[in-house]
Design a protein around this ligand. Structure first.
Ligand code: PRP
Length: 216
């Protein structure tokens, strides 16, 4: 039988995701967050792990190239992937915010230029305010845009707030909180139910133990 494929997002939450899998007794030989290798197997080859950009994980899962995804909700919302969002893994906690130069306010009566890796999320937020925006789609170091005059404001992820602070920017509005999710392909949820439930139960156990031990 084909192994169940887990798509795991590279980048910031990768280490926490690996630690979570390890704590659940799911081990992929030779896998670490800095690896350049892209495909790994567990010992009995029932599970295959593929390691890819966060924004691609929901796509792989929606299209059935992966059965399971472990990925930030930011990527799920932005891609609007049609997948089951099953479990909040309680890691990679951060928020989407609108930010701009310190001391500058966020006007609600004029069109704005927004630098962002997440144009869909930015558009939805400003649509709700009945405000038109032009998005400048960037792929990283988004905080640079208002400093150099490429955009008036940014919509981006804020975790510690250090990147904003170190670049003289501040949060002007919060959009929503996000964290890392366990997602499943809709067909696999039925056809590979037993194997997926097995992985899910192990992770649920670890997440609930972590929640029980964390201070309120
Ligand atoms: C993310 C995000 C911010 C930063 C926020 O970028 O786009 O730039 O992290 O984190 P902080 O609030 O803890 O400073 P990432 O580090 O993923 O790299 P990128 O700029 O290349 O996208």
């Amino acid at each position: 039988m084909q192994p169940v494929t887990i798509a795991l997002a590279k980048g910031r939450p990768a280490k926490q995701s690996i630690d979570l899998l390890e704590a659940a007794g799911i081990h992929f030989e030779g896998f670490h967050e800095k690896t350049r290798k892209l495909v790994f197997f567990n010992k009995d080859k029932t599970l295959r792990l593929i390691f890819l950009k966060g924004m691609d994980v929901p796509i792989y899962v929606e299209k059935g190239a992966a059965d399971i995804g472990i990925v930030g909700r930011d990527n799920i919302i932005e891609t609007e992937a049609d997948v089951y969002e099953i479990l909040d893994l309680g890691i990679g906690k951060c928020k989407f915010s609108v930010a701009g130069k310190k001391g500058v306010s966020l006007p609600d009566n004029q069109s704005l230029t927004i630098g962002t890796k997440y144009p869909n999320i930015a558009k939805k937020f400003f649509d709700k305010r009945n405000q038109t925006i032009e998005t400048v789609h960037l792929n990283g170091s988004v905080e640079l845009a208002p400093l150099i005059g490429l955009a008036d404001y940014i919509v981006d992820i804020v975790e510690t707030g250090n990147t904003l602070h170190e670049n003289g920017l501040e949060v002007l509005a919060d959009i929503e909180t996000i964290s890392t999710k366990f997602i499943v392909n809709k067909a696999s949820f039925v056809t590979r139910s037993k194997e997926i439930q097995d992985v899910l139960k192990k992770l649920e156990q670890v997440v609930s133990e972590k929640n029980a031990n964390s201070p309120l």
